[in-house]
Design a protein around this ligand. Sequence first.
Ligand SMILES: [Zn+2]
Length: 270
Amino acid sequence: MPCAACLRFTDDAEIRKINREYRGIDRATDVLSFPSAAFCPSRTAGTAPQLLRREWDAEIKACMLGDIIISADHARMQAEEYGHSLKREIAYLTVHAMFHLMGYDHIREEDREVMRKMEEKALNKAGISRVDDDLLVEKAKEAMQFSYSPYSHFRVGACLLAADGRIFTGCNIENASYGVSNCAERTALFKAVSEGAREFTVIAIAAEKTMAWPCGICRQALNEFAPDLRVIVACGDERDEARLPELLPHSFGPSNGICEYLGKDETNDK
Ligand SMILES: [Zn+2]
């Protein structure tokens, strides 16, 4: 169901005032969240949607999750402290607060772990990953060193980023019976799927001689799990990128209704 939240940026002085007024804590903080729906412990927006439905706002045609207030002063300071961009810090604080509005918390260790995983996944989906393109390309180039390609002498490496933040690498593996050969992209994909990963956001592909876009079979294989995948190709210092739908237009995949199971986590299709 469509949901909305109100996000406001302020400074340390004002967030301190709000923190004092509403929570009795007289100090500035990075983010405050005020949920509209009161989920009971162990319930979240996904498991108690009826609570959320009560917050339906006919004007904006969405369920109002609540308010988020972020101190830009604090965000700037923390971005510097953690050594990442202000964009990542603000995205992190927003995602963190959004999960609070949806009933998640991090008081108990096991809840904290669940929330951390959801946050990482949300940030990855938004393309604000800890893992940047440079690292993926570097890992793809490393994987290329393991290429087994005595017949084509065309070495390829791939590095696939899963929505949960894990990365999986692969190289091309040829065979005396040529048709048995496997491309780097599918090696990485099959390794990932066999270890439980089902959603992916980016793949980097490195080759030595020229930039190598995935072959038709790999495009189809990737489309099964990541129809909106970002594909980066690299050769030396050269780089190019495209989305999978550009590489495989009018594709045929799980969304064509032949498979009930879309490989999605049940928590994110509500
Ligand atoms: Zn291929």
